[in-house]
Every structure is written in structure tokens, then in C-alpha cells.
Design a protein around this ligand. Structure first.
Ligand SMILES: [Fe+2]
Length: 288
């Protein structure tokens, strides 16, 4: 069956039908890569697959990350999941809804800030693939912006100002901004900051994109306040309302996005009342 793409936003994002992720083939990999290069975010509805099938599909695209163990979470290394699965969930290890004082909830809250997955790792990430198992009746949309479109819209003076600049990204920077998760000394050592160029070039397409958002702590060689002001200015431009695509989840949706082309954020829901249980896999950009 041929893949059909329906554009979801004037700038980017498409819904793909005619895809069966339970049948991973080299041809499917090529088709999906082509679609992602074009659209940045692809929504694949009706994917009735288990966690192992999600991992097997993602392996078509390269080596996969493994999640860190976060205190209070339902098994980042849960025996029922392959080790590459990141549970994106408000459930505890015992399958109960996390209470407000749960450390994993505190850790999760910073996902409401605009971010790009894994920029705090030097190995970066190409694709994230998020699959919905249980979704709440309302809220909890995931919002995306296209960081290629954001770059393209910058004035030439700003584009030349950004050339050659590098920023430091840290998971503890974004966790410090929202949620109140306090890392242990061991976690601080285990997850050091990374540095990346502010302007990223996608090797598949040659297109440039902004690599910014909530994990950035400072620009290398710049006074902290000046770097923060520049990042804030870029964020304001990149996340204007007309730039945002909001995905409303249905059970069985798999959403694939290219972290080299997009930023995203979580939006709120009644997380003390309803269950939201999704699984993510993430493809590394560079070897460890
Ligand atoms: Fe994310």
C-alpha cells in the first residue's frame, strides 16, 4: 500500500496513512526518512504494536538511546519493556497515578518547556518516536515548531551573527527551570553537559535549523546574560502562535519527529486524575 501524506500545518507536519510499523523493511525506512526530511513531524495513526515492535521499527534508523533511571518513575528499566523504551507516563512503578510529591513527576514537568530531545547528550538524537497506549480524555497535546522554518525567517544580519556560535546544553538546566527535581551528586556526574552549534545543518537535506530551547545554559565565550537574551529572542521568534502545530493524541498514534528540524513541548492535563501512558524510543545521531 502506498503511503499517503496529508499536510497538518501550513509550514510542516503531516499525517501518514498506509504505513504498518509492525513490518520494518529497508523500503519503509527509506519512505519514512523521505517523509520526515520533508515534513519534520509525521503522525502515523492506528499503529497497534507492542513495545518490542516499536523498538524493532526504530532500529531501522540507527542505534537507540537507553533511558536514565529516574527516581520514582515506573521502570525506565521496567522488566516488561525492552531497555530502549522511555516510558512517558504519569504512572508509578506499581501502576498507580503519581502523586504531586513524586520525583519522576517533578522530572517530567520540565517537558512542558520547549525543547529538543537529547541535546544534553553529546551523541544528540535524530528521530524520536512516541507511541500512545493510554491517553486522557482532554489536554496533553504535544506541540511542535519547525526550527528550519524559524531559521529561514531570520533576518540575514541575525543569520550571520549566529554563524560559528556554540551553546552548552544540560538536562539539569531545564529541570532547574521547572518541576523542582533535584539531581543527586551521582546523577550530576553521570549526565554532564554537551555542546552543539546554534545553527545545525541537516546532512540529508542541507537545510539549516536553530538548535536552542530549554536545555541551553549559555553560549560559549559570551557573558551569561547576553547569551540568555539572544536565546530568548530566538525562542520568541521561533514559537510564535502561527509557527505551532498541536497534536491531539489518539490511542495507537505514533508520532515521529526529527530533532534536527523541530522543537516540542508537552501541554497540561489533569495528571492526578487521568492516566497518560506512552512509550518513546530515540535514535542516536552520533555513536556513543
Ligand atoms: Fe521531549
Amino acid at each position: 500500500m502506498a503511503i499517503h501524506a496529508r499536510q497538518l500545518h501550513p509550514l510542516f507536519a503531516a499525517e501518514l496513512t498506509g504505513v504498518d510499523t509492525s513490518q520494518p523493511t529497508p523500503e519503509l525506512r527509506a519512505d519514512i526518512e523521505r517523509m520526515i526530511d520533508q515534513h519534520g513531524v509525521c503522525v502515523l495513526p492506528g499503529q497497534n504494536i507492542n513495545a518490542q515492535q516499536q523498538v524493532d521499527f526504530a532500529r531501522l534508523f540507527g542505534a537507540l538511546e537507553r533511558p536514565p533511571q529516574v527516581r520514582g518513575s515506573r521502570g525506565a528499566r521496567d522488566a516488561k519493556f525492552p531497555p530502549e523504551i522511555f516510558p512517558i507516563t504519569n504512572l508509578t512503578e506499581d501502576g498507580q497515578i503519581q502523586t504531586e510529591d513524586n520525583a519522576a513527576r517533578a522530572y517530567r514537568l520540565a517537558n512542558a518547556l520547549w525543547h529538543t530531545d537529547s541535546t544534553f547528550r553529546q551523541t544528540g538524537a535524530t528521530y524520536s518516536m512516541l507511541h500512545a497506549r493510554v491517553v486522557p480524555p482532554h489536554g496533553a497535546d504535544t506541540q511542535f515548531v519547525d526550527t528550519r522554518a524559524a531559521y529561514d525567517r531570520l533576518p540575514d544580519t541575525m543569520k550571520s551573527r549566529l554563524e560559528g556560535l556554540e551553546a552548552v546544553h544540560s538536562i539539569w538546566e531545564s529541570r532547574g527551570k521547572l518541576g523542582g527535581y533535584t539531581p543527586t551528586p551521582e546523577e550530576l556526574v553521570a549526565r554532564p553537559p554537551a555542546r552543539h552549534p546554534l545553527v545545525k545543518v541537516n546532512p540529508n537535506t542541507g537545510r539549516r535549523s536553530l538548535l536552542i530551547a530549554s536545555h541551553v545554559s549559555h553560549i560559549i565565550g559570551w557573558p551569561e546574560a547576553e547569551g540568555r537574551a539572544l536565546i530568548d529572542e530566538l525562542m520568541e521568534l521561533a514559537t510564535r502562535p502561527e509557527m505551532i502545530f498541536s497534536h491531539q493524541w489518539r490511542v495507537g498514534d505514533m508520532v515521529i519527529w526529527d530533532n534536527r528540524s523541530t522543537m516540542h513541548r508537552a501541554t497540561p492535563f489533569e495528571d492526578g486524575v487521568y492516566v497518560r501512558d506512552l512509550t518513546r524510543v530515540t535514535v542516536r545521531e552520533f555513536a556513543a
